[in-house]
Design a protein around this ligand. Structure first.
Ligand SMILES: N[C@@H](CCC(=O)N[C@@H](CS)C(=O)NCC(=O)O)C(=O)O
Length: 314
């Protein structure tokens, strides 16, 4: 009898992470089988950075020795693995733009709104005070470059955003762009999912019945079929695999194949990943790096929202 093989797609995530929920719901929408690796909520995360080379945000994804950072890219990878139902339907060309707005503006309105004292106690109910303290100490430098909205500003902005989203659904459509779900639905949903997790502040959703029904519809998609995997097994999987996703450095985009570079987010969590440039297009940047434990991996990032820099020679 042969051992059952783990699913190809591995998601490294934790339960309370909104961006992870975005991908879990997309995996549910696609009905995909996936392997689930739980990661720590705060640093250190040695089994994450063994794969990424420095990037520490949650979630990341892995297919063998190909490692994918940032949900904007990971969502496209899932769509390639399981093309139907489409995540980028032809009739909704603005869906990725709305998704980008939700992943940045809406997310950074929802976080300060939900993390006001009443929401914070609900999110961290039953968690030891020293753990909450450690979380705050981890996230302060992580978000140091961001100008955080006050809870009052965030409440005012969120109320306006919710009213616009509710109005978009007022004609009875099932999804934000019509009859077909799109990436925009998942990016908005993970933000509102987070607000719902904090009942003392979730009343802000109450006036918006269309939005409430839509959020119920999207959360009912579930998370697909997943089987647990340890982070050690995930690293061993990378080690025993060869990067397979095709890569090429396109000419005219400012960098040559084989250059030693760092790739770093431009918004927050500014941890660089260093490696050799092996892939570059207007959509994606890919570095090859070799890790003591994970072996040779290709780490993929979206081009948008990341800075590529030649590594300085000492
Ligand atoms: N642009 C990133 C944002 C990811 C993000 O901000 N994730 C949060 C959790 S939802 C995070 O990394 N928090 C710190 C951590 O988990 O270490 C993406 O789309 O994946």
């Amino acid at each position: 009898m042969t051992e059952p093989q783990p699913p190809d797609f591995v998601l490294h995530h934790y339960d309370g992470s909104p961006f992870s929920e975005k991908l879990r719901l997309i995996l549910g929408f696609k009905g995909l089988a996936w392997a689930t690796v739980k990661v720590p909520v705060i640093m250190p995360k040695p089994d994450v950075t063994a794969l990424t080379g420095g990037y520490r945000k949650t979630p990341i994804a892995q297919v063998g020795a190909d490692v994918y950072c940032d949900t904007a890219l990971i969502a496209r990878v899932i769509d390639r693995l399981a093309p139907t139902p489409a995540l980028y339907p032809a009739g909704a060309p603005l869906a990725p733009l709305l998704a980008q707005w939700a992943d940045s503006t809406l997310f950074w309105t929802v976080i300060p709104y939900t993390m006001q004292p009443a929401g914070l106690s609900a999110i961290f109910a039953g968690v030891a005070p020293e753990v909450v303290k450690a979380f705050a100490a981890d996230r302060a430098p992580f978000t140091a470059g961001l100008r955080r909205q006050t809870p009052a500003d965030a409440a005012a902005n969120l109320a306006r955003h919710l009213a616009a989203l509710d109005a978009q659904l007022a004609d009875g459509r099932a999804w934000l762009f019509g009859d077909n779900a799109s990436i925009a639905d998942f990016s908005v949903a993970h933000c509102l999912w987070y607000v719902r997790r904090a009942p003392p502040v979730a009343g802000i959703l109450a006036p918006h019945a269309h939005l409430a029904r839509w959020l119920d519809r999207i959360t009912a998609l579930g998370h697909g079929r997943f089987t647990p995997m340890s982070s050690t097994a995930a690293i061993a999987l990378a080690q025993s695999s060869t990067p397979l996703a095709p890569v090429a450095v396109q000419a005219g985009l400012g960098f040559d194949a084989g250059t030693a570079v760092t790739v770093t987010p431009t918004d927050y969590g500014l941890d660089p990943s260093a490696g050799t440039l092996v892939g570059l297009s207007e959509d994606e940047v890919v570095i090859r790096r070799t890790d003591e434990r994970a072996g040779t991996v290709h780490v993929h990032f979206p081009r948008a929202g990341f800075q590529i820099k030649p590594q300085e020679h000492a």
